[in-house]
Structure formats: C-alpha cells, structure tokens
Design a protein around this ligand. Structure first.
Ligand code: HEM
Ligand code: HEM
Length: 181
C-alpha cells in the first residue's frame, strides 16, 4: 500500500543530499563555497516539510505520528520484550526522531544564517552553538540509521526501499490487532 507520498520522499532525499553536502564541505575538500547554499536548501526543505506536516497526506501529518509520552514508553517496553507491533507510518520512537532531526537541521540553518549577519558576525557563542548542533545532528543521524536498520530487520521489510517507492506491505489482521493492544 502507498504510505510515503511523493513530496515526503522528494524532501527526504533532498534533505539527505543537502545535509551531506553542508557537512562534507567543511572538511577542507575544496568546495566550502557550497556550505551556505546547501545549508539553505536544508533549511528550505525543513520549512516545506513543516507545512506539509500540517496540511499533507495522512502519513505525512505530524498529528499522525507524534505521540504522547505514554505511547512512547509503551512502545519502549514492547521493544524490550520483543513484542513491538509493526507500524505503517513512523513508530512512536521514529516519530520523535523525525521531530528531532527536523528541529536540529532548522537550528543549524538559523544559527548558520545568523552568523553571516552583521549583528552576529564573529560571535564566538554562535559559532560554538552551530558546531555543537552539527555534531548533535551527526549523532541523531547515526541513531536514525540504526533505527531504520533495526526495524527493517525486526519486521523483515526494507524501509529504505519504502522511502524510495513510497510503498509498504499492509498490516495483516493479526498485526492490526497487535497495534490496538
Ligand atoms: C542526512 C541524513 C538524514 C536525515 C537528516 C534524515 C531525516 C529523515 C526524516 C526527517 C525522516 C522523516 C520523513 C518524513 O516523514 O518526512 C526520515 C525518515 C526515513 N529515513 Fe532518513 N534521514 C537521513 C538519512 C537517511 C538515510 C541515509 C537513509 C537510508 C539509508 C534514511 C532512511 C530513512 C527511512 C527508511 C525513513 C522512514 C522511516 C520509517 O519508516 O519510519 N535516512 N529521515
Ligand atoms: C544542515 C545545515 C548545516 C550543517 C550540517 C552545518 C555544519 C557546519 C559545520 C560542521 C561547520 C564547521 C564548524 C567549525 O569548525 O567551527 C560549519 C561552519 C559554518 N557554517 Fe554551517 N552548517 C549548516 C548550515 C549553515 C548555513 C545555512 C549557514 C549560513 C548561511 C552556515 C554558515 C556557516 C559558517 C559561516 C561557518 C563557519 C564558522 C567559522 O568558521 O567560525 N552553515 N557549519
């Protein structure tokens, strides 16, 4: 069944390319002038995703996958006993990871932009904050990839392929029941 609409997929892979370019450009490989444009592309991608999260298709909506603490804790308990249900959209932990990734990229874009303004240029704390956020993002990405691989293995479904095709196997009747418990 169709889960991730075209815009979600386009924005995801655009964000991956923009963040990778922004990060790699700081490594002295000779394309540092790409840093700011790539950072702005990442920022614009997040801005569009935020609007789409309020107005878009059902699985793209934040209201669909950003859960309360109770649901997250229950999911963690289910994980610890190997009884977590499969989700068609983001699972409760994955939902918060999406929020964390988007917030971190947005903060990077904003701090990066501020640093280039006359008012904040040369502010050491802002430079430091940008740096800390860049490493925090790298940590979140590592967790994100671990979550994607772990969930793909646990539920024997290729989530990376689903982020390209938009399609996932529908829930079976017994999986549906698991989701309700
Ligand atoms: C710069 C690195 C990355 C960032 C910032 C990032 C960010 C995100 C975000 C924001 C989402 C939520 C999608 C949405 O609802 O719009 C997401 C989902 C997803 N990402 Fe990434 N991603 C990154 C790298 C990757 C890579 C390299 C892969 C694959 C190898 C990947 C695979 C996925 C998958 C499979 C999902 C869907 C997860 C699910 O089924 O719940 N991501 N990612
Ligand atoms: C996804 C977005 C971004 C990522 C991952 C990112 C990452 C980084 C990293 C790792 C550094 C090196 C930090 C250091 O060594 O001090 C850096 C520096 C810098 N970034 Fe970004 N950045 C992003 C967006 C932006 C944006 C949108 C701008 C501005 C338009 C920007 C402007 C700068 C500037 C001016 C520096 C140099 C600061 C200095 O030399 O002290 N960045 N960024």
């Amino acid at each position: 069944m169709k889960v991730w609409d075209g815009l979600v997929r386009l924005l995801h892979w655009t964000l991956v390319a923009a963040v990778a370019t922004a990060w790699l450009s700081t490594l002295g490989l000779g394309f540092v002038r790409w840093h700011e444009p790539a950072g702005y592309v990442a920022l614009a991608t997040v801005a569009i995703r935020l609007v789409w999260g309020l107005t878009g298709s059902s699985f793209a909506k934040f209201s669909e996958f950003v859960c309360g603490a109770g649901s997250v804790l229950r999911y963690v308990r289910q994980l610890r006993t190997n009884k977590e249900p499969r989700y068609i959209g983001h699972n409760p932990l994955g939902g918060w990871m999406v929020v964390a990734l988007l917030a971190c990229v947005a903060s990077l874009g904003l701090t990066g932009w501020l640093y280039t303004t006359d008012a904040f240029w040369g502010e050491a704390w802002l430079d430091r904050l940008h740096y800390v956020l860049a490493w925090t993002l790298l940590g979140l990405i590592a967790l994100h990839l671990t979550g994607v691989v772990f969930t793909s293995v646990r539920h024997r479904e290729n989530l990376v392929q689903a982020m390209f095709t938009g399609r996932k196997k529908p829930l079976s009747p017994s999986e549906n029941l698991d989701n309700l418990l």
